[in-house]
Design a protein around this ligand. Structure first.
Ligand code: ZN
Length: 374
C-alpha cells in the first residue's frame, strides 16, 4: 500500500512523511476518525514507507524487497494485531489464528468493513476482542524475530477492543526507552480505548471523505457513471464502506425506480385494473423489500418536489431518476407533496406492522390517483 493509493488525507500523509524525514517517529501513534475512510490503509502505507529501501517523491517505491514483502503481507518486521473470537481449541486466542482470513480481508477491501470481518470470523453475532494471549505472543515474536529493518512495526486494528490485561502488557513494550518497536493504532472509537494506552499515543485525526473523492473511487473501480456515483456518495455520508455497499442498493434502486414509474403512469392514466396487477407484483417482493420500496417512493416524492425549485445542488437523483423527473416533477407540488409522502409513509408503517401487502398497496395506488390530480 502506497500513499498515492489512498485518496484524500493529504495533510496527514505530510505529517507522516515528516516524522520519517525528521527522524521523530512516535513510538505509539494513533490514527483515529470515522469508519470507512481509509485509516488502516494509511497505517499500512506508513509502515511500508518506513521500511522502503528506496523512498521517492514522498512515497514508498513499491518495488524494493521491503515493499514487495509489504504488498504480500509477508514483511518480517511488520506485525498485525486485530480483534478475533476465541476458538475452542487451542485454548489461546490470537490474531495469527486468523491470519489467512485477515490477509484475504485486507486484499478484498482496504476500507475494512467490520461486518465483513465478522463474516470472515464465521460469526456475525460475535464481539471480537484483542485478548491477553495476543500481547504474550507479540512479545515472543518481537524478541525472536531476526529483524532486518531498523524498526519493527505493530499495526493494531481497533485498539478499543483490547482487554485491560492485554493493554497493560503492551504498555511495557511501548514504554521501554530504547526500543525499536513502533505501534500504530487505528481506531473508529478512540473514546473507548483504555486511557493507559490512549494517553501515551500521538494522535492523527482523519476526517470523513468528501463526496467527490468517494464518487471518483466508485466510478474508477466499479464502472459506475459519475452522476450515479455522486448520488451514492451523498447517501454514504463520507464512508467508503457504505458507498461500496450502496452499489448493491443502487441495483435495487433501479428495480424500485421501475416500479415507481409504473405506479405514477398508471395513476395518471387511472388504469385501476392494471394497478391491481401492480399491487400484486410489489407484494411479491417480500416484506422487507416492500418496506424499503415505500421508503424509496417517499424519497422520490421529496426529490421531485425539490426538482421544481431548480436548486440543482440540493437534488440527489441518479441519471435514470432525473430523466423521469424531467417530465414528472411538475405533478409534485406544494399542494400535494406532504399528502403524497404521508400516504406512502402510512403504507410503509402498515406493511411493516404485518398488514396485508396486496390490500395496503392497492389502497395506496388509489389514493395516489386522487393526489396526483389535486
Ligand atoms: Zn520500496
Amino acid at each position: 500500500m502506497r500513499f498515492r493509493d489512498i485518496p484524500a488525507h493529504e495533510s496527514a500523509k505530510e505529517r507522516l512523511r515528516n516524522f520519517v524525514k525528521t527522524d521523530k517517529i512516535p513510538h505509539a501513534l494513533l490514527i483515529e476518525g470515522p469508519d470507512g475512510i481509509g485509516k488502516f490503509a494509511l497505517a499500512r502505507a506508513f509502515a511500508q514507507y518506513i521500511h522502503c529501501e528506496n523512498r521517492q517523491d514522498g512515497d514508498s517505491c513499491g518495488m524494493c524487497p521491503a515493499c514487495m514483502q509489504h504488498i504480500s503481507f509477508n514483511h518480517i518486521d511488520t506485525h498485525f494485531v486485530f480483534p478475533v473470537v476465541k476458538k475452542n481449541k487451542p485454548k489461546k486466542s490470537f490474531s495469527d489464528d486468523y491470519i489467512v482470513e485477515w490477509n484475504d480481508f485486507l486484499n478484498e477491501n482496504p476500507y475494512m468493513d467490520f461486518e465483513k470481518w465478522l463474516i470472515a470470523l464465521d460469526n456475525v453475532n460475535a464481539q471480537p476482542h484483542i485478548y491477553v494471549d495476543e500481547s504474550e505472543e507479540l512479545i515472543r515474536k518481537l524478541n525472536f524475530t531476526s529483524h532486518k529493518a531498523r524498526y519493527k512495526i505493530v499495526l493494531v486494528w481497533l485498539p478499543e477492543r483490547m482487554n485491560e490485561e492485554c493493554a497493560n502488557k503492551l504498555l511495557k513494550l511501548i514504554e521501554e526507552p530504547h526500543n525499536d518497536t513502533l505501534f500504530v493504532f487505528v481506531s473508529n472509537n478512540p473514546k473507548e480505548i483504555l486511557p493507559t494506552i490512549y494517553s501515551r499515543t500521538q494522535r492523527i485525526e482523519l476526517k470523513r471523505l468528501p463526496d467527490d473523492v468517494i464518487a471518483s473511487h466508485l466510478s474508477e473501480n466499479y464502472s459506475i457513471e459519475m452522476q450515479d456515483a455522486m448520488a451514492i456518495a451523498h447517501i454514504a455520508d463520507g464512508n467508503m464502506i457504505a458507498a461500496i455497499n450502496g452499489i448493491t442498493l443502487n441495483r435495487e434502486n433501479s428495480r424500485f425506480l421501475e416500479l415507481f414509474i409504473q405506479l405514477m403512469r398508471l395513476a395518471y392514466q387511472r388504469k385501476v385494473k392494471d394497478m391491481k396487477q401492480w399491487s400484486n407484483d410489489v407484494a411479491s417482493l417480500g416484506r422487507e423489500q416492500e418496506v424499503r420500496f415505500l421508503g424509496y417512493c417517499q424519497r422520490m416524492m421529496r426529490e421531485n418536489f425539490i426538482y421544481n425549485l431548480n436548486v440543482g445542488e440540493l437534488n440527489y437523483l441518479n441519471r435514470a431518476e432525473s430523466q423521469f423527473s424531467a417530465n414528472f416533477a411538475r405533478f409534485v407540488t406544494e399542494r400535494n407533496v406532504i399528502k403524497l409522502i404521508e400516504v406512502l409513509n402510512k403504507a410503509q408503517i402498515d406493511i411493516s406492522g404485518n398488514g396485508n401487502a396486496k390490500i395496503v398497496l392497492f389502497d395506496l395506488a388509489i389514493k395516489i390517483i386522487l393526489l396526483l390530480k389535486s
